[in-house]
Design a protein around this ligand. Structure first.
Ligand code: HEC
Length: 162
């Protein structure tokens, strides 16, 4: 390699090292994890229908799932709104939900969310996910809790049993 090619290679190495050394914040780590685990695929308004609503990232779906014996469950609003989102949940509440499927009121969630897979996250990663959700600005969007099919107003997925 010529002297100038050597110095270009050295510069590239230095830049790569500088990039790697930049500390990622906990919230940035959480944003990354939430994006690759596709939480928004269910929890972003409109995303299940292929049309995510601007300004409604993780603000809750409008389409639910029919769960035998329970009714319709709809992916809730995960933003910081107190009345309609996770504003009253602590980071520990979110970690507990992701590790055990159990909400602060003691009910275990049902339906399509793969929390048993998310429960395998390392402690730093699961705490980063919670920190990111707690950083989301409040979006007011009420999502119904488990609802009897007859009372549900929107569209829902159902599983045809053979
Ligand atoms: C396949 C769809 C789906 C995906 C993907 C999904 N969720 Fe969910 N999630 C749901 C549904 C449906 C519920 C409500 C279930 C119930 O009420 O029994 C729920 C509930 C929750 C709750 C409880 C909120 C509340 O108000 O009760 C939290 C917190 C949550 N999800 C976080 C996440 C995170 C974080 C991810 C990504 C790591 C994720 N979810 C991915 C469908 C999904």
């Amino acid at each position: 390699m010529s002297a100038s090619a050597n110095s270009i290679a050295a510069t590239i190495l230095m830049l790569a090292a500088a990039g790697a050394a930049r500390a990622e914040t906990q919230v940035e780590r959480g944003r990354y994890l939430v994006s690759i685990m596709d939480c928004g695929g269910c929890h972003t308004t409109g995303e299940l229908g292929g049309h995510p609503e601007p300004g409604h990232t993780l603000a809750g779906a409008k389409i639910g799932w029919a769960i035998p014996g329970v009714g319709i469950v709809t992916p809730p609003n995960l933003t910081g709104d107190v009345a309609t989102g996770l504003g009253n949940w602590t980071s520990d509440d979110i970690v507990k939900l992701l590790r055990t499927g159990v909400r602060p009121d003691g009910r275990e969630i049902v339906g399509p969310m793969g929390w048993r897979a998310y429960a395998q996250m390392t402690d730093p990663d699961i705490r980063a996910v919670a920190a990111y959700l707690k950083s989301l600005p409040p979006v007011v969007h009420a999502v119904p809790g488990p609802t009897p099919i007859a009372d549900f107003k929107g569209a829902y997925f159902t599983v045809a049993h053979p």
